[in-house]
Design a binder for this molecule. Structure first.
Ligand SMILES: [Zn+2]
Length: 150
């Protein structure tokens, strides 16, 4: 056997693998509030007072278990953004579109979400944004369709 016959060819590809998982106690309540009440909820740390949104069961700053739910605003400030130009099977919108990092009023942490009704050439950090909810909501983060400038 020659060296050439022993050589294995390695091909790289991608697979799409649909799956389901339990969102858990904290995320389930967050998604149910989005779906049923169009309310964006966070959790407040009883030790350091940090308002975590998306909500977390444990504070990322001091590791204390959170036990208080607070409603944060549906408006906030754009912290940063990126524009997607290339398509991918798992994207929620057809490119080009923008993802933004948004600090909602009343929250101490940021949310990553889609930006809509916006001129991609005119997006700037510091812009005020507002959540736009879908009419038909299913109990997931895409119940917020996108954030638009206000
Ligand atoms: Zn804390």
């Amino acid at each position: 056997m020659t060296k050439k016959e022993e050589e294995a060819v390695i091909l790289s590809t991608r697979i799409v693998l649909p799956f389901s998982y339990s969102a858990g106690h904290t995320a389930s309540r967050f998604f149910i509030e989005l779906r049923d009440n169009k309310r964006i909820m966070g959790t407040k740390c009883p030790k350091c007072g940090l308002v975590l949104m998306p909500p977390r069961r444990y504070c990322g700053k001091c590791l204390t278990e959170t036990d208080e739910w607070v409603e944060v605003g549906d408006k906030g400030t754009l912290v940063a953004y990126t524009i997607l130009h290339r398509s991918s099977p798992n994207l929620p919108k057809k490119p080009p579109f923008a993802y933004g990092i948004i600090k909602l009023d009343g929250a101490d942490t940021n949310l990553v979400h889609i930006l809509g009704e916006v001129d991609l050439d005119k997006i700037k950090p510091g812009m005020r944004m507002q959540a736009v909810f879908k009419d038909q909501r299913e109990g997931n983060i895409l119940d917020i369709d996108y954030f638009k400038p206000i």
